[in-house]
Design a protein around this ligand. Structure first.
Ligand SMILES: NC(=O)c1ccc[n+]([C@@H]2O[C@H](COP(=O)([O-])OP(=O)(O)OC[C@H]3O[C@@H](n4cnc5c(N)ncnc54)[C@H](OP(=O)(O)O)[C@@H]3O)[C@@H](O)[C@H]2O)c1
Length: 288
């Protein structure tokens, strides 16, 4: 069997770099697609770790198709707003199809937004928009739904606020929220990239925890923050009041939209066991 070569876009980023490491740990050969002007120190790190670097302007279709040639899967770990998630990923998709790459993993790595209506989460709406193009294209796709990165639990998010020693919930104190560490997400994504039979959706979580369980585990006070309908209404008012947030990836109202999504969709059945040997991080690692 020929060794698989995986093309990673966004390898200079946090998750993308971890996906490349995990791919190499599994003996895959990795091509990192970087744009001209990417941080040379980061690019050199990728190169010295064994990744082949291909530099291409993403708007240069010919160069992009050439960069794609021969890869068995394109993994996107790009981060950004419409320009990236819709526009740039579309360029990648077109080039992947033109080059005959059989599989594509979009930069989703999120709550399962297929369960959510449009208009409640701007960043998920952009992913849905790209998903429609991806599903029309002649390529096999796999999206990874990992809930929130567990690392967020280090940043005083309402669900685990170390500063105020509170755990907030909306409507459902028993509702389990999905968390997956970045390394666990990367390790699983690498396996999925090498798995030609991977289905359209893969759902994972390092751990799933309700507000009640989080309060018990942390010893923090449980806070009822009201209904999800009220949170959605609040988010819409805040978004309208802060149009500058339309140009910010993690605007304050966007963060609040993520809270809404966390309490609106979660993974019922997990695919954690699909690839044996993965070790999943634990909630205890994020408690103080
Ligand atoms: N579920 C969660 O809780 C959670 C939390 C955070 C992130 N995520 C998701 O994880 C994925 C990766 O995020 P990350 O935090 O690892 O991102 P990151 O560290 O900011 O890396 C972003 C990558 O995208 C590239 N990029 C940015 N703008 C670009 C553009 N206009 N054209 C081409 N490339 C561009 C960057 O390239 P350069 O190095 O050249 O700039 C970099 O390689 C995203 O889908 C993000 O939404 C999920």
């Amino acid at each position: 069997m020929m060794e698989k070569e995986i093309l990673v876009a966004g390898g200079t980023g946090d998750l993308g770099g971890r996906i490349i490491k995990a791919l190499m740990k599994n003996g895959a050969s990795v091509r990192a697609l970087v744009r001209p002007g990417a941080d040379p120190v980061v690019v050199e790190l990728l190169r010295s770790s064994g990744a082949k670097i291909v530099e291409a302007k993403l708007k240069d279709k010919e160069a992009l198709v050439a960069a794609c040639a021969g890869a068995s899967c394109l993994v996107s770990a790009l981060a950004g707003l419409r320009e990236v998630i819709v526009d740039t990923q579309s360029l990648l998709l077109d080039a992947a199809v033109a080059a005959g790459i059989p599989r594509f993993i979009p930069s989703d790595y999120s709550t399962d937004f297929t369960q959510l209506p449009e208009g409640e989460n701007r960043n998920f709406d952009l992913r849905k928009e790209f998903m429609r193009m991806l599903d029309e294209a002649d390529i096999k796709a796999t999206s990874i739904f990992n809930g929130a990165f567990s690392e967020l639990l280090n940043y005083n998010i309402p669900f685990l606020d170390h500063k105020n020693k509170t755990v907030a919930y909306w409507e459902k104190s028993d509702w389990r929220v999905d968390f997956t560490s970045m390394n666990d997400t990367a390790a699983f994504t690498a396996m999925a990239a090498l798995d030609d039979d991977a289905p359209r959706f893969l759902r994972i979580a390092s751990f799933q925890v309700s507000a009640k369980e989080m309060a018990a585990a942390s010893g923090y006070e449980l806070k009822d923050r009201g209904t999800l309908a009220d949170l959605d209404a609040y988010n819409k008012i805040e978004r309208a009041a802060h149009p500058e947030g339309e140009n910010e990836l993690y605007a304050k109202w966007q963060q609040s939209q993520y809270m809404h999504s966390m309490f609106s969709a979660h993974n019922e059945v997990l695919d954690n066991e699909r690839y044996p040997g993965l070790v999943w991080s634990k909630l205890a690692e994020y408690l103080r």
